[in-house]
Design a protein around this ligand. Structure first.
Ligand SMILES: *Cc1c(COP(=O)(O)O)cnc(C)c1O
Length: 534
């Protein structure tokens, strides 16, 4: 049932539960149903009173009359946008926002996403008008403070990673991957090695890695994983050769394990003339403890929105600066912030003889995500070097607490080979016939938890990847563990009610595959009101 401003628009009747009748509104207590904005507004309504132009026609959609001055530009057909008053608009979006789940509401164990608390201090700093109100085209001498933030953050990122330089402009992890691969391509072309056309990617990689390599014009070849969940170093070395441009390796990897052979892999790739890209999305597990530069890495993106606590989810804004080794630094993208004397300047063009001489160009129109830079620098400064080290230690401790609390209930394929890093990985092995990871995820929703990452990484059947981060208390972890244990026991016992979970959510099992494959992006009125009411 959905609600129209001017009355009800009945849809499928709601079923009551037991002796309790369904509500006539479709609402469940103060959880309100909300229709699409197109269903509650119509194009004849507006929240603003306009003076009618003489013999007006444009506003109602009828042909222009002699009275208006728009001539042929006057709209001939209705605009098709819903009109709502201000209070209706506020309610619409507030109701929708209450159906969302976010890190400020509860535990968000999405593996590989580092859904940590976003400290409010970061928000306060990012909202200072000197940062939030600057315009990217303002004269450089009026934005010295903003440039200093970018410059200071860049220095921290270079220091924490042990690399040579950093490109701040990429706007997400995947964008950073593209940045790194384009720098590798520029470096190879500068050496006359543009014929290297293959990028090696481990089986456990995030989908963005092969997608990036393919997008940049490379062939992608898989490197198998060992039974322990790490890159098969021997297989990788055997594949190196004159056609290989480089490798893309995630460390810690998406099985939640540290790639212990990283230095050996980097040396072998370099000896074979290739470059090493590291997917640094999981940097939270090693920040303050491992410097990727010491592992022979040439380029790595850092998800400020994961490791450095800037908000994410729902599409952004992200920020994915890329750190570079000395070998790749000349090819990094523009712009750069540089300190010259006591002035900060924006280097926006290749300058011969300087370290950006071979830059592959620009990735974005301006300089990157100022709000994210301010939040990330605030986070880094408020934690300090010792605090950042404790972040990774606590993140790893929390993940191991989850792994060891649940590895007798759920199958933990790599559990026997030792502790994990920042995330705990389980499989669907041992569930009753016909039960799978999706049933556990849906059961968790009834318990008030956002599900973990499911069916990824692909190297584990029915994978469940749980990343608690360091910002959850032991009490929060214990509650989650109790919930997941209970749901897992039901899945092992074949409890049929789990197959139809969630029972308490406004919507239960949507056809997510159909929604992804055939998204309906344009709203069409299913039936005129009069018909629907019959
Ligand atoms: C999150 C993530 C990415 C992509 O980062 P975005 O900012 O979402 O583009 C890439 N690789 C891994 C391992 C990730 O977890």
């Amino acid at each position: 049932m959905s609600i129209n401003q001017s009355g009800w628009r009945p849809t499928a009747p709601e079923q009551g539960k037991g002796n309790v009748p369904a509500s006539v509104t479709g609402n469940k207590a103060l959880m309100l149903e909300e229709a699409l904005i197109f269903e509650i507004g119509d194009s004849h309504t507006t929240g603003v009173d306009f003076c009618s132009p003489a013999k007006a026609g444009a506003q109602t959609g009828s042909p222009p009359s002699r009275g208006n001055k728009l001539g042929a530009l006057a709209r001939k057909a209705p605009i098709g946008l819903p009109g709502l008053s201000e209070p209706e608009t506020v309610r619409h979006y507030t109701r929708l926002s209450r159906q969302n789940y976010g890190i400020d509401l509860g535990f968000f164990p999405l593996g590989s996403c580092t859904m940590k608390h976003n400290p409010r201090l970061n928000e306060k700093m990012a909202r200072l008008p000197g940062f939030s109100d600057v315009h990217p085209l303002q004269p450089v001498d009026t934005v010295q403070g903003a440039l200093e933030v970018i410059h200071q953050l860049a220095r921290w990122l270079v220091t924490l990673t042990g690399m040579t330089s950093v490109a701040m402009s990429p706007k997400a992890g995947a964008h950073g991957e593209l940045c790194g691969i384009l720098a590798i391509r520029a470096a190879l072309e500068a050496k006359g090695e543009g014929h290297r056309k293959v990028i090696l990617v481990p089986e456990s990689a995030h989908g963005t890695n092969p997608a990036t390599a393919a997008f940049a014009g490379y062939g992608v070849e898989d490197i198998p994983a060992t039974a322990e969940g790490r890159v098969d170093t021997a297989a990788l070395k055997a594949r190196l050769g004159p056609d290989v441009a480089g490798v893309m390796i995630t460390n810690p990897n998406t099985c939640g394990l540290f790639e212990r052979d990283m230095r050996e892999i980097s040396d072998a790739v370099h000896a074979a003339g290739g470059f090493v890209y590291c997917d640094g999305a999981n940097f939270n597990a090693i920040v303050g403890r491992v410097r990727p530069g010491d592992l022979g890495i040439d380029a790595m993106h850092i998800n400020l929105h994961k490791t450095f606590s800037t908000p994410h989810g729902g599409g952004g804004p992200g920020s994915g600066p890329v750190v570079f080794s000395a070998a790749l630094t000349p090819y990094a993208p523009l712009p750069f912030v540089e300190k010259q004397g006591d002035q900060f300047v924006l280097v926006e063009e290749e300058t011969a003889g300087e370290h950006h001489a071979g830059s592959f160009g620009r990735m974005v129109a301006f300089h990157g995500q100022m709000g994210m830079f301010t939040r990330a620098l605030t986070y880094i400064l408020s934690h300090g070097a010792d605090g950042l080290r404790q972040v990774s230690e606590d993140a790893v401790l929390n993940a191991n607490y989850i792994l060891r609390s649940l590895d007798t209930t759920l199958d933990a394929p790599f559990g026997p080979s030792g502790p994990c890093m920042h995330e705990a990985l389980f499989s669907d092995s041992g569930l009753a016939a016909g039960f799978s990871t999706i049933d556990i995820a849906k059961g968790l929703i009834d318990e008030g938890f956002h599900p973990m990452t499911m069916y990824f990484p692909l190297v584990v059947h029915g994978a469940m990847l749980v990343e608690p981060t360091e910002t959850e208390s032991k009490a929060a972890l214990d509650q989650f563990i109790a919930a997941l244990r209970s749901v897992a026991e039901r899945a092992k016992a074949g409890d049929p009610s789990l197959k139809t979970a969630p029972h308490f959510a406004p919507r239960a099992r949507l056809d997510e595959t159909l929604a992804a494959r055939k998204p309906v992006l344009v709203w069409k009125d299913p039936a005129p009101l009069a018909q629907a009411a019959e």
